[in-house]
Ligand binder design. Sequence first.
Ligand SMILES: NCc1[nH]cc(CCC(=O)O)c1CC(=O)O
Length: 312
Amino acid sequence: MTEKMPTPDAPFKIGTRGSPLALAQAHETRARLSAAFDLPQEAFEITVIKVTGDQILDKPLREIDGKGLFTREIEEALLAGDIDIAVHSTKDMPTRQPDGLVMDCYLPREDVRDAFVSLKYRSLAEMPDGAVVGTSSTRRRAQLAARFPHLQVVEFRGNVQTRLKKLADGVADATFLATAGLNRLGMADVPYFPISPDDMLPAIAQGAIGIERRIGDDRADRMLAAIHDAPTGHRLAAERALLAGLDGSCETPIGGLAELDGDTLHLRGEILRHDGSRVLTEVATGWVEQGPDMGRDMAAKLLAEAGEGFFD
Ligand SMILES: NCc1[nH]cc(CCC(=O)O)c1CC(=O)O
């Protein structure tokens, strides 16, 4: 490249939140960059940025004005040039980035499935009437209400470590976490059981690390192009077009998953009423480059079927 390569004296700055999972994802990004360019780890610096969302732990996020709660400060640092790239869990990211920023680099996707986590049971099916599950996700809550109405659901916030502590303290009999997060954290001592997407369709973009950069930063563009995983990018293009078409936030009960079979893309989508009283699903198949159209068309179909007030 014509741009200057980073060195330990002038490192390339990788911005991230400070949670253990966020740090693991930033470290994975650094390892891939240093391998791709045969540069020492010290040519990359991981810069932790405090975000508002990590400081509010006592309330369900939907009761706070949630917009950008986990990203605002990071995107400001990126725009200000304090960091060169920002590493995110794509599933927490809105479908449109602020002016001046773009997210077009995705690392190879981890396991997409939700995991059932419990010290007492090995599956949802084993849980008796009235057993208590903890979750803060509106999608998981609605999916449970629809398919496992005999279970009791309590609010469960916090990072992976906090939620596991609550399980150990008996606040709930089971909880759900993304398998990807547990794998990335290497939580070998925690009993978790991946759930088939047929039983619980994951969140859009679950398990995928997305990396944001400034538009026009040619060096960051080239560096990220070297670690971008095209198959993951194609799957997310379909899923995120579905999300954009539904105008969904992370507080809307939406599931979606695209899978690739050679050049063929299979897309599944699901929307639910918050109380699980209605579940609408769609499937579509097309060529890989049709992903964005498939996602947009599926969103229109689902919304037409849902009618006004479905998410109220
Ligand atoms: N909303 C929090 C969040 N954002 C990303 C992950 C897990 C990793 C991923 O899906 O990429 C999690 C935790 C969870 O849902 O268990």
